[in-house]
Design a protein around this ligand. Structure first.
Ligand code: HEC
Ligand code: HEC
Length: 355
């Protein structure tokens, strides 16, 4: 896993970014005429090739193919409050798919109204992350999904309890359809697999920035273009790049003094990973306030201004912050229509009457 340290790494990246930018401009060549949708298919001059458009869809891994039956089951499980001890908390409680995939709280609130130490990140486009969680401790969506169901502060069930609850309300036939040929399809592994398959459909392509990358020069406002320039020139792009503008590497972030959350050091056990966190992905970031792993920045303006100072030793003017925020708003994509599914609810058998 790539680790970008605060100084040396950032500088290395900046130099690379410069080289790529140069190559990119050379490759772009003369302007092509625009298509009917206003795009030319050519990246506008001066836009770094370190940015990638968000793919239209996510690939399902070979060991967990995304069949319609499985995605449908995962969709139900994502909304299933039976997967929590109280029976009222589902994945959608903290990752509200109709509201950017977040709960808009500083830190999440789960079973028994207990709070965890961290802010709920969005589930949208999580399929493209190199690793899950603020500290990257789960490699895949399959591995991730098993966490919250068991976490004391989230849904608080044992795998056996989760399986039994789903069996009682009538999920067995749905698991049989989603995992054909398996002798005992209702397992904890398969719960996680179905949820992960559903999450791979939560993709938001078609943002203004994606259209701009494809050559639609009018997709960004002049202020957004200004913000993009600051984002590139100030060095934000040295960490926030690729299709998600983050989500692939790690960097030190310790603006909250004396925080007990040591970040990645708790995963790797390495002293040098103290206060190192995953470089946050910035897709749809305008919809996911509050910001940072501890929810300590209430607004995007605050987050941008802190990032400028903490990561780059730049004191942005209010106008500069405004422009960067405007640019970040162009990263809001088109959200899929996610219905609230009907959940299986088998009535318990009637008591047998003995005469
Ligand atoms: C009580 C609130 C809560 C519930 C319920 C919950 N989550 Fe989360 N989720 C969080 C928090 C908080 C994090 C970040 C934790 C961390 O980084 O340590 C997170 C992280 C994630 C991530 C990683 C995203 C990223 O950017 O790294 C995914 C994916 C996810 N949750 C999916 C789910 C699924 C699927 C369920 C249901 C099985 C679920 N969550 C239930 C609060 C919740
Ligand atoms: C050295 C790498 C690095 C640089 C440079 C950097 N960031 Fe970040 N950024 C991070 C990390 C790491 C996080 C996650 C922080 C955390 O765990 O709370 C983050 C988080 C963010 C967030 C909050 C996202 C969220 O969902 O909470 C925003 C917004 C952001 N960065 C914008 C910027 C901007 C704008 C710049 C340039 C001024 C910038 N970053 C420069 C590494 C960097």
């Amino acid at each position: 896993m790539m680790l970008v340290s605060r100084r040396s790494g950032a500088i290395r990246w900046k130099r690379l970014a410069g080289i790529f930018a140069l190559l990119g401009t050379m490759a772009a060549g003369a302007c092509a005429p625009p298509d009917q949708d206003g795009t030319t298919g050519t990246r506008p001059d001066g836009v770094s090739p370190l940015f990638q458009p968000l793919p239209e869809s996510a690939e399902h891994p070979e060991d967990n193919p995304g069949t319609p039956e499985k995605i449908d089951l995962g969709h139900k499980l994502f909304f299933e409050p039976k997967l929590s001890r109280s029976g009222i908390i589902s994945c959608n409680t903290c990752h509200v798919v109709g509201a950017g995939g977040v709960d808009a709280r500083e830190v999440a609130i789960g079973e028994g109204a207990r709070t965890g130490p961290r802010n709920s990140p969005t589930v949208y486009n999580a399929a493209f992350l190199a690793a899950q969680f603020w500290d990257g401790r789960a490699e895949t969506l399959e591995e991730q999904a098993k966490g919250p169901i068991q976490a004391h502060v989230e849904m608080d069930l044992t795998p056996e309890e989760a399986i039994e609850r789903l069996r009682v309300v009538g999920y067995e036939p749905l698991f049989a359809e989603a995992f054909p040929g398996e002798e005992d399809p209702l397992t904890f592994d398969n719960i996680a697999k179905a949820i992960a398959a559903f999450e791979r459909t939560l993709i938001t392509p078609g943002s203004a920035f994606d259209r701009y990358l494809e050559g639609d020069l009018d997709a960004l406002t002049p202020k957004q273009k200004e913000g993009l320039e600051i984002f590139q020139n100030a060095g934000c792009i040295s960490c926030h790049n690729g299709a998600l503008l983050g989500g692939q590497g790690y960097a030190a972030f310790s603006h909250v003094e004396g925080s007990e959350d040591v970040g990645r050091a708790a995963v790797t056990g390495r002293e040098e990973d103290r206060y190192v966190f995953r470089i946050a992905p910035l897709r749809n970031v305008a919809l996911t306030a509050p910001y940072f792993h501890d929810g300590s920045a209430a607004t995007l303006h605050e987050a941008v201004s802190i990032m400028g100072w903490v990561q780059l030793k730049r004191r942005f003017t209010p106008e500069e912050v405004d422009a960067v925020v405007a640019y970040l708003e162009s990263l809001t994509g088109e959200f899929p229509m996610v219905t609230h599914p009907q959940l299986p609810r088998t009535l318990p058998p009637a008591p047998t009457v003995t005469e």
